[in-house]
Design a protein around this ligand. Sequence first.
Ligand code: ZN
Ligand code: ZN
Length: 80
Amino acid sequence: MPNYYCEYCGVQASSIISLTSASCFKNPNGGKHKLYEGTEKNMYYCKYCGISTGSILQLTSSSCFKHPNGNLKGKHAPAL
Ligand SMILES: [Zn+2]
Ligand SMILES: [Zn+2]
């Protein structure tokens, strides 16, 4: 069974519906989880700065100094 991940916070869900129907506290727009549309990987790279981690959860837990929003509110975001 495939796993689905939120692009903003890395939470894992067993279906797209359950993922996108719950609120995401890291969504910069204050909305729901957003489906990460890339494939499942051993390493995930930030699309802004290129840092790598073993999970989206780890990647999105720290701020990205190259995030286009600047001001360190933006988190690393997984490249597809
Ligand atoms: Zn989320
Ligand atoms: Zn980054």
